[in-house]
Design a binder for this molecule. Sequence first.
Ligand SMILES: C[S@@+](CC[C@H](N)C(=O)[O-])C[C@H]1O[C@@H](n2cnc3c(N)ncnc32)[C@H](O)[C@@H]1O
Length: 283
Amino acid sequence: MARAPDSSSISFTALYTGQVWVRHGLSEPFFHTRQGALLYRAMSPFEALGKRLLGGNIRTFLLQRHHLIDARLAALIAADPALQVVEIACGLSPRGCRFRERFAAITYVEADLPDMARRKRRLLARQGALGPDHRVEAVNILDPDSAESVTALLRRLDPTRPVVVITEGLINYFSLATLAPFWRRLAEGLRAFPKGIYLCDNYPLYANMRFQRTLKTLGGALGAVSRSQVSFHFRSDAETRAHFTAQGFDALTVHDPADYYAALPIPRTRGTPMVRVLEAKVG
Ligand SMILES: C[S@@+](CC[C@H](N)C(=O)[O-])C[C@H]1O[C@@H](n2cnc3c(N)ncnc32)[C@H](O)[C@@H]1O
C-alpha cells in the first residue's frame, strides 16, 4: 500500500486559528497555546493594517466562516437531533466541545493528522470531555485506503443515523486536482447514511471581489510558510456547484456571510466577503 502524502507542514496554522477562537470568545482557555499566542501577537500589526486599508482582514474572514458553519450545523441538528458530526482537520477548534454541551444527543468525532489528533485527544481527555460520543481519531484526507482514510473513518460511524462532515480552513491549502479524490471518496462514503452533508469554507476568486492581487500575494506567502499549494477555488457559485456535482454530490448551496449579517454576530467586510461556506449533500 503506497504511503499517503504528508501535509503536516500545514498543522501549525491551527495554532493561529485556535488562538483567534480563544481571543474572540468562541473557545475555552484550555485551548490557549504559547505558540498560538505568539503568532497572534506577531500577526496583529498586519491584521490592523489590513482592516484599515482593505476593510477586512484574516480574522474577519475566520470569524465569518466559523460563525456561519456553527449556524448551519445548529440548523442541521435542529432537523436531526441524533446527528453524527465529523470535523476533519479539527485542529484546536472548540466546536466539538461547544456543540456537545448544547446538543446532548449528537455524536461528535474530531479528526486530524495523527500528531494533531494526539494533541487534541490529550487536551480533551484532561477536561474529561472524551467518551463514546465525543472522540478524536486520526485521518489523512490524502490517504486512499488505510485505517486513516476518510472512507475508514466514515465506516466506523452508525449507518442508521445521518452524518455531517465539516472541514474548516483546509481546502484552500490544496489544489483542486489534489482535493478531487478526497471529495469523491467523501461523497461515496456519505451515501451509506440516511442523509449525508458536507460543510466547508472556501476562498473563491469572484469577479466582484476586490484586492485579488493582494489576496494572491498573501496566499503565496502562506503557501511558502506552510509548504502547501495554497489556491483559490472557483470563479462563481455556478462553477462551484458544477464541480461538486462532478465529484458525486447531488446538490450544493453556497452561503455568503453577507446574507447572515443581520442574523449572526459576525464582523462585516467592506464589499463582498472573501469567504463562502459550501453545503453539499448526497441523497
Ligand atoms: C488552518 S488549520 C484549521 C484548523 C481548524 N479547522 C480551525 O479552523 O481552527 C488546518 C488543519 O488541517 C490539518 N490538516 C492538514 N493536512 C491534512 C490532511 N491531509 N488531512 C487531514 N487534516 C489535515 C492540520 O493538521 C490543521 O489542523
